[in-house]
Design a protein around this ligand. Structure first.
Ligand SMILES: [Zn+2]
Length: 234
């Protein structure tokens, strides 16, 4: 396609616009041929030539996480924060165990996955790159703007929310807030229950928001005191 464009430019002198028009038309057709909002067109425009950031299997955003990929059916390629601004973290509770979360997110039939899953001992799995849009909020624009974190356990079992899990999750969220310059507050760190239109209740009444935000603030301060992590790969 690149060589076609080069050839076209030499012939007509103004092929870029035409070429892009054709490509956008093609992409719109793939999406069902409906009328697309201008901002969606501009995003397609950005995305049509291909992702600018190469990604490799095993690449991590959170240092110390274990990479274990979600099924490709449960997320969508993107180029955040260039195409969609990341402005919040969404907190979930699995309603099951850590292995269950990994298993369902690897199942292409599940239709959903978060970027991260935190275990009761604080261990973190990364399953989707932060560049990409995970299907976890049940709301398209909230998926596009957020990073989702699952926590092992059940909403009605406060004993599931261990000290180690709060701490591991807080370090993760602190890193996200640092990477995308988000304030540590309840506007930018929300529960799934707060997503417009959701019928989910997680993380539920036993999730200690005051404690969590305090831990995130502390972790962010501690991380700033050290060298700024690059956090792109291991
Ligand atoms: Zn949820």
């Amino acid at each position: 396609m690149g060589s076609d464009t080069e050839r076209g430019r030499r012939k007509s002198g103004r092929p870029r616009i035409g070429r892009r028009g054709v490509l956008i038309g093609g992409a719109a057709a793939v999406l069902g041929g409906g009328v697309l909002a201008q901002d969606q067109l501009s995003r397609l425009w950005w995305r049509v030539p291909g992702m600018t950031k190469p990604r490799k299997e095993g690449e991590l955003d959170h240092l110390g996480a274990e990479w274990t990929a979600a099924s490709r059916a449960n997320w969508r390629l993107a180029d955040r924060p260039e195409d969609y601004r990341i402005d919040r973290v969404i907190i979930h509770v699995v309603q099951g165990s850590y292995p269950t979360a990994l298993k369902v997110f690897k199942n292409p039939g599940h239709g959903a996955a978060t970027h991260y899953v935190v275990r009761k001992d604080g261990h973190v799995a990364q399953m989707i790159r932060e560049l990409d849009v995970g299907f976890h909020a049940g709301n398209r624009s909230f998926n596009e703007r957020s990073i989702g974190i699952e926590h092992e356990g059940f909403v009605d079992r406060p004993q599931d929310f261990t000290d180690a899990m709060y701490l591991g999750s807080a370090k993760l969220t602190a890193g996200i807030c640092e990477r995308y310059d988000l304030p540590v507050d309840r506007e930018h760190i929300i529960g799934h229950v707060e997503v417009p239109g959701t019928d989910h209740t997680d993380p539920g009444p036993h999730w200690d928001w005051d404690r969590y935000l305090e831990l995130v603030k502390r972790a962010r301060t501690a991380a700033k005191a050290k060298a700024k992590p690059t956090g792109n790969s291991v």
